[in-house]
Design a protein around this ligand. Structure first.
Ligand SMILES: Cc1ncc(C[n+]2csc(CCOP(=O)(O)OP(=O)(O)O)c2C)c(N)n1
Ligand SMILES: [Mg+2]
Length: 359
């Protein structure tokens, strides 16, 4: 028998405990150690992720490429805060909603768009597609399609870092749909037993495909940490500064003390699960409530209030990003598909991937 959702996911009033957002931080960016230039760069980067995906969706609808396309729109504060706080050689791994992490971890808009188009100039040489962005140079280990299966890989990256005693940490992202997979529990158990320097992050966006979180999981998600005596926090993923503040604290603890940590990030995806999802399982009112706390719009308002930038300066950054993405589309269209013999490459280790740096 299915349990009928009492009401859907809202950011404000009480509906279901798992989906109540913690309050956004009221902190000034300078108190978090950010300069005005940092804030501007973070805004640009978040907007690049957004615009890249808006255009990718258009290209998909025009039939320029096929397969799956899962958009990260609404969740961009999480990838940007992560890349800002972590060291360049800390290891990041995520599931299939991976374009944002790829873009913040050094994959150019051109290499990303070409990958979506299946072209040889893409970040995975056109053979990975949307779900398999990857940039080993910047310690971004993908892009994984099987729900929960990459969580033990994230623990393994932390194990390697501990074994090599190199001071690096790993951070693994997964959706709320992954928390009841056995792989998560195996990874949590060993991570805590072996005190691995690993941050495990659930991006709780309220839904696993079309199933609301209160209909697919039996208890508050952060409580998974309690069974393993693991430290945990709940973070507001719709607010860049809340994310940065918490990650600074947690990354330091994990690095200094070699311990695992679990973060439940509460966030929202504005688009459907993938391009074929019309999103009939949620109301327009719910969507509007979350749009009112859009992390990018919120940052724009903050920059204007604090006089970090004026409106025309924000507009010119957005114009520049628009152009960067349009150029990426031209580049992807003009690039070639991989040659036939490429089919047999990169199946076993030893075949080096061609790294394209299309800035
Ligand atoms: C083991 C496994 N079971 C089922 C699927 C099909 N599937 C793909 S995405 C998805 C939903 C996952 O939702 P969530 O973890 O909340 O991530 P989100 O899409 O919200 O980012 C499912 C069930 C899969 N890819 N792997
Ligand atoms: Mg989800």
């Amino acid at each position: 028998m299915t349990k009928k959702a009492e009401k859907s996911f809202t950011p404000t009033g009480f509906v279901y405990k798992s989906t109540t957002l913690p309050e956004a931080t009221k902190k000034d960016h300078k108190k978090l150690g950010l300069t005005n230039d940092d804030v501007i760069a973070l805004f640009r980067e978040m907007f690049l992720q957004r615009r890249f995906e808006e255009r990718a969706a258009q290209m998909y609808q025009k039939g320029k490429f096929g397969g799956f396309l899962h958009l990260y729109i609404g969740q961009e504060a999480i990838s940007s805060a992560t890349n800002f706080v972590l060291q360049d050689d800390d290891d990041i791994i995520t599931a299939y909603r991976d374009h944002g992490f790829g873009l913040v971890r050094g994959i150019s808009a051109k290499a990303g768009m070409a990958e979506l188009f299946g072209k040889a100039t893409g970040c995975s040489n056109g053979k990975g597609g949307s779900m398999h962005f990857f940039n080993a140079d910047r310690h971004f280990w993908g892009g994984h399609g099987i729900v929960g299966a990459h969580i033990p890989v994230g623990a393994g990256l932390a194990f390697a870092n501990k074994y090599l005693d190199n001071g690096r940490i790993s951070i693994s992202f997964f959706g709320d749909g992954a928390v009841d997979q056995g792989a998560l529990h195996e990874a949590f158990n060993l991570a805590q037993l072996w005190k691995l320097p690993a941050i495990f992050v659930v991006e709780n966006n309220g839904y696993s495909m079309g199933t609301a979180v209160e209909r697919h999981t039996a208890a508050e998600i952060y409580k998974r940490a309690l069974a393993y005596d693991m430290k945990y926090e709940i973070v507001n993923g719709m607010d860049l500064f809340s994310m940065i503040e918490k990650l600074q604290e947690v990354a330091k603890d994990v690095r200094d003390n070699s311990i695992p940590y679990f973060l439940e990030i509460r966030t929202y995806r504005y688009k459907g699960h993938s391009m074929s999802d019309p999103g009939n399982y949620r109301t327009k009112e719910e969507l509007d409530e979350f749009k009112a706390i859009d992390p990018i719009e919120r940052l724009k308002t903050y920059m204007l209030d604090k006089k970090v930038l004026k409106q025309d300066e924000i507009d010119s950054i957005m114009d520049e990003v628009n152009k960067e993405v349009l150029d990426a589309i031209d580049f992807a269209e003009e690039s070639d598909f991989p040659a036939e013999e490429e089919l047999y490459k990169h199946i076993f280790s030893g075949d080096e991937l061609v790294i394209h740096d299309h800035k």
